[in-house]
Design a protein around this ligand. Structure first.
Ligand SMILES: Nc1nc2c(ncn2[C@@H]2O[C@H](COP(=O)(O)O[C@H]3[C@@H](O)[C@H](n4cnc5c(=O)[nH]c(N)nc54)O[C@@H]3COP(=O)(O)O)[C@@H](O)[C@H]2O)c(=O)[nH]1
Length: 862
């Protein structure tokens, strides 16, 4: 270009000389003929024209030169060419010549139609059009087999009229990189590969597309911001890698990348230059999915956190069972610092409270089953021994060889204490600290097994205190508790080391004498026990004499199971009580039969309730003043298919013991109310029906609400119902009894005290409780007026009842003498065989009707 400028400059000088010569000639020929003058003018005009054109061309050439020079000065790195709008090359750099495979000299004075290079259809027209309107153009082009990245932009002239020029910058050939990365490798390699030129993605492999769920066409030739998003984490990683790449062959980083399907993957990126000598020549980026390894790392990190933060002590042992790692909890629990134990076997942590073989046993089991779990006693650094719950597991490699053991252990000192407490509570009586029934049964089972094995004999003594209730009721529960503790200590003194004494609850105790050499010896022990029990116990300054009754069963002989032995000793104890108390009885075959009978009765009773085999009988209560039926006592009967009509005396006690009384009592109440309402509607009902309610039924939480339901359901008038409760029951838990009695009174139901005189006949409860009637027990009535004592008792009860404004019913009246006596004493109401036996509903209905008829006819006669 410079040469061209010099040539134009010389041409301009020649033209200037011609023009000067023409002007001189024209002046010299002023006087010459017009023909010469005309020729001279013509020559001058031509010279002027040429001069003007030369000036113009010179100016243009100067402007072009300056633009080319300016472009050359500012042209960026890489291949570049400056062309005019026709594609004529105005300037090139050396890289461009190399790109075209043409020596730079070959371009001298030559013109190359750049559009020939642009094999992509319309590319030339597009970029030319963009440059003509002052915009740039980017695109990927191919030259033969080569691919290149081209950026074209307009080069503005100094004058507006200047013809537009276009600078084309062509990035380095990728030919060499293509050859370095054979397509096969590119496509097979399980990595994402991406080639970047500037901020443009020029090539990617299948791995890349797979990784980011993109298609090649979505990615190739797109800007990074289009592929990864504006301001993406990739862009950030790239910009962070650029500086280090100037000095490092490769730079790695990792970041989360967004896939086209919206998922995010964690990628490891490796940036390297395509040509290490020319960082600007493009970058190769490999991407690998590190999500899994990151997850694993995360898990490992979490595991490490768990390891350290675990509340359990954790030790990692190597295959030789030497401690390799410990966590903080281990140090906290054991007191050992890691350095105290690292490299040592965990045996040093074991205490000798357990058998020495345990250590080998543990690892033998792990060898077989991979894991061992159990309690071990460990020793802290300060020597203290403590229990641990340990889990030791083996970690094996793919060859199934143990590579390490993980030993996890928690300090269970507290848990053990709590367990011991619970165990104690479950097996010992809280008041006397003696074994309870549960532990007793367990020990009895063991003693029976031992006796069987060794061919020895054992005895079971069932002890019931005779007058404990008196103390409890008269001196209060606290005194009763003290008495029981004293009794327990005393009984403890009567047995040997090998024997067991237990409290079964209430005032019941039991002993296992094991072994016992002959039943006689059991009798001797029973005598000793009775002797110590008959001595006074000093409670709160008072001497309390209780005494006891003992039943004895012997094994083998009196039962095959512990329950049988206990039941039989219990039966013998009842026999002892029946035979006058403060004595002992051995279990006998006869008792065996009774026990069997009781079992059978219990079974049949259960079915009787299901089959509704019960009926009600009614026994009239007569007014001695009017000779009228004033009420009816309701008495249940069991019409058994196999046993006939069974008296309640035979089954009520049993039903109370096993809880069947709840269902039975409910039925009795409802049926009695229904019957009363029937008679009431017929106009023959007396003033009330008196229903016997057992203590267990009365104590039930639902008793009053259920009674309310029954009254409503049957439409029974509450005032027509009297509840009969035994005197002894009223003495138990007086506050609770009081609450229920008050509820009954509010409902309008009255209360009668049954069997009065047989219990403690305390005046205080008669005053406190809302009682309306006292029933004198038939045992007092049967011997009046002959027996002075009974006469005194009966008259006293009647007087007391009058004083307290209570009605009195005398039951069991069988003779006219008894009736007269009672009448004389002022007893108003009587009940007994003298007037009527208990009658079934039909008979009772007839009885009521007859009595009414009789009384109406006698009143008519009168
Ligand atoms: N909880 C419930 N207890 C009930 C119920 N039904 C009855 N019983 C109680 O069973 C015991 C035995 O009753 P029973 O065999 O019916 O005997 C009663 C009468 O038949 C009997 N009696 C009546 N008059 C005479 C007589 O002149 N002589 C004589 N020897 N016996 C007679 O007395 C029993 C009534 O006693 P009491 O209840 O004390 O008034 C008995 O304790 C019943 O209470 C029930 O449904 N629930």
């Amino acid at each position: 270009m410079a040469r061209n400028g010099v040539e134009q400059h010389s041409l301009l000088s020649i033209l200037s000389l011609i023009l000067l010569a023409g002007a001189i000639l024209w002046i010299e020929l002023e006087a010459a003929p017009w023909l010469f003058k005309a020729l001279a003018s013509l020559l001058l005009a031509a010279a002027l024209l040429l001069f003007w054109r030369a000036i113009k061309r010179f100016k243009f050439s100067r402007s072009l030169d300056s633009r080319v020079a300016h472009w050359q000065a500012s042209a960026g790195q890489g291949s570049a060419v400056l062309v005019d709008v026709k594609g004529q090359v105005l300037a090139v750099n050396g890289d461009f010549a190399r790109l075209c495979g043409i020596h730079p000299d070959a371009l001298k004075q030559k013109t190359i139609d750049i559009s020939l290079l642009l094999t992509v259809p319309h590319a030339w027209a597009e970029l030319r059009q963009r440059c003509l309107i002052g915009k740039s153009w980017h695109g990927a082009l191919e030259i033969g087999k080569k691919r290149l990245d081209l950026t074209a932009y307009p080069v503005i002239g100094i004058e507006e009229s200047s013809a537009p020029l276009m600078a084309l910058e062509i990035s380095e050939f990728m030919l060499s990189s293509n050859e370095d990365l054979p397509s096969l490798v590119m496509s097979r390699v399980p990595l994402g590969i991406m080639v970047l030129h500037g901020r443009r993605v020029t090539r990617v492999n299948e791995g890349f597309c797979f990784l980011l769920a993109k298609t090649r066409t979505q990615v190739e030739n797109s800007l990074i911001s289009d592929v990864f998003g504006v301001g993406s984490s990739f862009e950030q990683a790239l910009s962070e890698a650029l500086m280090p790449l100037l000095t490092n062959a490769k730079v790695t980083s990792a970041t989360a990348l967004q896939r086209s399907d919206g998922k995010s993957i964690w990628c490891e990126l490796v940036f390297s230059c395509l040509d290490p000598n020319k960082p600007q020549a493009g970058l190769l980026v490999t991407l690998s999915d590190a999500s899994e390894s990151r997850k694993r790392e995360e898990i490992l990190r979490q595991a490490a956190v768990v390891f350290e933060a675990a509340s359990d002590a954790i030790l990692v042992l190597d295959a030789e069972k030497r401690i390799r790692m410990t966590n903080k909890a281990f140090t906290r629990i054991s007191g050992y610092e890691p350095n105290d134990v690292l490299g040592k076997p965990p045996k040093l942590l074991f205490s000798n409270k357990q058998p020495a073989e345990l250590y080998d046993h543990i690892f033998n089991q792990i060898e077989q089953e991979n894991v061992w779990q159990g309690e071990i006693w460990s020793r802290r650094r300060d020597g203290a021994i403590y229990p641990q719950w340990a889990t030791i597991s083996a970690v094996r490699n793919e060859q199934n060889e143990v590579i390490e053991y993980v030993f996890m252990a928690s300090d269970i000192t507290e848990r053990k204490r709590a367990e011991e407490r619970l165990n104690y509570q479950a097996n010992y009586d809280g008041l006397t600290q003696l074994p309870n029934r549960t532990l007793f049964v367990d020990r009895l089972g063991q003693a029976m097994a031992r006796a069987k094995r060794e061919g020895t004999t054992l005895a079971l003594l069932f002890i019931d205190l005779d007058r404990f209730k008196n103390v409890n009721d008269s001196m209060g529960h606290s005194a009763g508790d003290k008495l029981l503790i004293n009794v327990a200590n005393t009984l403890n003194g009567c047995i040997r080391e090998s024997d067991t004494i237990a409290r079964f609850g209430g005032d019941e105790f039991a002993m296992i004498l094991s072994p016992i050499y002959g039943a006689k010896n059991a009798g001797t022990v029973a005598q000793t026990v009775l002797k110590v029990l008959s001595r006074p116990f000093n409670i709160d300054g008072y001497d309390c004499i209780v005494g006891g009754s003992i039943g004895i069963s012997i094994f083998p002989g009196d039962g095959e199971t512990s329950e049988e032995l206990i039941r039989n000793a219990d039966a013998a104890m009842y026999r002892a009580k029946d035979s006058g108390r403060n004595t002992y009885e051995f279990f006998t075959a006869e008792m065996q039969q009774m026990a069997m009978a009781r079992l059978g009765l219990e079974r049949d009773l259960r079915f009787a309730i299901e089959r509704q085999e019960f009926i009600l009988h009614f026994q009239p209560q007569m007014s001695l003043a009017t000779n009228q039926v004033v009420g009816l006592e309701v008495l249940v009967r069991w019409e058994s298919g196999t046993r006939g009509l069974v008296s309640p005396a035979e089954f009520i006690g049993l039903a109370e013991e096993n809880g069947q009384i709840l269902a039975l009592g409910d039925w009795v109440l409802k049926r009695a109310c229904q019957q009363y309402v029937e008679w009431f509607n017929e106009g023959i009902a007396p003033g009330y029906i008196a229903v016997n309610v057992s203590g267990r039924q009365f104590r039930s939480a639902k008793f009053t609400s259920r009674l309310r339901e029954i009254l409503t359901e049957t439409k029974m008038p509450a005032r027509g119902l009297e509840i009969e409760l035994t005197e002894s029951f009223l003495m138990e838990d007086q506050e609770a009894v009081m609450r229920t009695l008050n509820e009954l009174r509010e409902m309008g139901v009255t209360l009668s005290v049954d069997d009065f005189g047989t219990g403690y006949s305390s005046l205080s409860y008669l005053k406190r409780f809302p009682i309306s009637t006292l029933k004198i027990d038939k045992s007092f009535v049967q011997d009046v007026p002959g027996d002075d004592e009974d006469v005194a008792i009966v008259s006293a009860i009647i007087r007391m009842a009058h004083a307290l404004k209570l009605d009195v019913v005398a039951e069991g009246v069988e003779t006219a003498e008894q009736q007269q006596f009672l009448h004389k004493q002022g007893c108003q109401i009587v009940q007994g065989f003298l007037f009527s036996r208990p009658l079934n509903a039909d008979e009772c209905g007839k009885f009521l009707r007859k009595r009414l008829e009789e009384s109406s006819s006698s009143s008519q006669i009168a």
